[in-house]
Design a protein around this ligand. Structure first.
Ligand SMILES: Nc1ncnc2c1ncn2[C@@H]1O[C@H](COP(=O)(O)OP(=O)(O)OP(=O)(O)O)[C@@H](O)[C@H]1O
Ligand SMILES: [Mg+2]
Length: 275
C-alpha cells in the first residue's frame, strides 16, 4: 500500500478516531485556490431542510445533516426514511420548501447540481450510478467531463485506490461484479477532484468482505482530506467509521451523535442496530 496516495502510514488502524481533528492534507485531490474553512468547522450542511417531490407532501421535515472538513458523516435509518431524499436535497436535486444548504460557509441552496459539482461536490446516487455499456475507463472519463486540465494523474490515483479497475479498464462496466461497479461509481465521482464526496449506499448488495474493503477505501479518501457524507444500510459497520452519525426517521432527525455515541445508545441499538 506504500504507493497508494490515499494510504495513511501513521499506523493508526483505529477506525473510531479517523481524522480526529477533521484536518487532512488533501494531497492530489484538492483544488487550487479554494477557500479554506476554519479547522474543525462545518464544511457541508443541510440545515432544517423541509421539502418533497413535486407538489407532494413533505418527505423531509426540518432535517439537518452536516459534516466537518475531512470527516465522515453517516446517515442511517429505516427504508423510506428519506435518507436518499436528504442526499438529493443536499446535492440540489430537490426543491426545498424551507431550510438551506451551505458549503464551506456559502449558501448554495439555489444552485443546480451542476453548479455544485463545479464547487467541489460529487454525488454517487443509490441506483444507476454507472454507464453500464461504457468501459470502466470511459466511465472515469465521463466523471471528468467538466474538467479542462489533464486528468491522467487523477485516473492514476483512482487506479491506485482500486487496482481491479485498472485490470478491467477496457471492459464494459456492466460486466463487473457489484462491488467492482461501486468502485467504478466512486472512482467516477473522484475524477471531478471533489472536496466533498456524497455516497448513497456504496456497499449495497456486496458481500461482507467487499463491504469492509470499500469502507477501508472510503477511509483512505477521507484521510486524503476529502469530506465524506454517506448513507448506509450496514448501519453498525458504517457507524464504526463515522465521525458523525445521523439516524433519520420519517424525514426528521431522530438521533445524532458521534458514531461511537450512536453505537452505544441503547435506544439506537434496540431500534436500528438489531439490539
Ligand atoms: N422520485 C420520487 N417521487 C416521489 N416520491 C419519492 C421519490 N423518491 C422517493 N420518494 C418517496 O420519499 C420517501 C423517502 O424515500 P427515500 O428514497 O428518500 O428513502 P430512503 O431512506 O433512501 O429509503 P431506502 O433505505 O429504501 O433507500 C418514500 O416514501 C418514497 O416513496
Ligand atoms: Mg435510499
Amino acid at each position: 500500500m506504500q504507493d497508494n496516495p490515499y494510504a495513511d502510514d501513521r499506523g493508526n488502524k483505529d477506525r473510531s478516531i479517523a481524522n480526529p481533528k477533521g484536518g487532512g492534507t488533501a494531497e492530489g485531490w484538492d483544488r487550487k485556490g479554494s477557500a479554506r474553512p476554519a479547522p474543525g468547522g462545518l464544511f457541508l450542511m443541510g440545515h432544517k431542510m423541509t421539502g418533497g417531490y413535486g407538489r407532494g407532501a413533505n418527505i423531509l421535515n426540518d432535517c439537518t445533516i452536516s459534516v466537518e472538513k475531512g470527516q465522515i458523516a453517516v446517515i442511517v435509518g429505516p427504508n423510506g426514511a428519506g435518507k436518499s431524499t436528504a442526499m438529493k436535497a443536499v446535492f440540489g436535486m430537490l426543491n426545498l420548501r424551507s431550510g438551506e444548504v451551505r458549503l464551506d460557509g456559502e449558501d448554495i441552496t439555489d444552485l443546480s447540481p451542476q453548479a455544485r459539482v463545479a464547487k467541489g461536490m460529487a454525488f454517487v446516487p443509490q441506483t444507476s450510478n454507472i454507464f453500464t455499456s461504457m468501459t470502466v475507463e470511459e466511465n472515469l472519463e465521463m466523471g471528468a467531463f467538466l474538467r479542462r486540465d489533464d486528468i491522467r494523474a487523477t485516473m492514476e490515483q483512482v487506479y491506485t485506490l482500486f487496482p481491479i479497475l485498472r485490470d478491467k479498464r477496457r471492459q464494459a462496466a456492466g460486466e463487473l461484479s457489484g462491488g467492482q461497479r461501486q468502485q467504478v461509481a466512486v472512482g467516477r465521482a473522484l475524477m471531478t477532484q471533489p472536496k466533498v464526496l456524497m455516497l448513497d449506499e456504496p456497499t449495497a448488495g456486496v458481500s461482507p468482505i467487499v463491504m469492509d474493503e470499500l469502507f477501508d477505501r472510503i477511509i483512505e479518501v477521507a484521510r486524503a482530506g476529502i469530506t465524506i457524507l454517506m448513507v448506509e444500510q450496514n448501519a453498525r459497520q458504517a457507524l464504526e467509521i463515522a465521525d458523525k452519525g445521523y439516524v433519520l426517521v420519517q424525514g426528521a432527525n431522530a438521533f445524532t451523535g458521534t458514531g461511537q455515541e450512536l453505537l452505544a445508545d441503547p435506544q439506537v441499538r434496540k431500534s436500528f442496530l438489531g439490539g
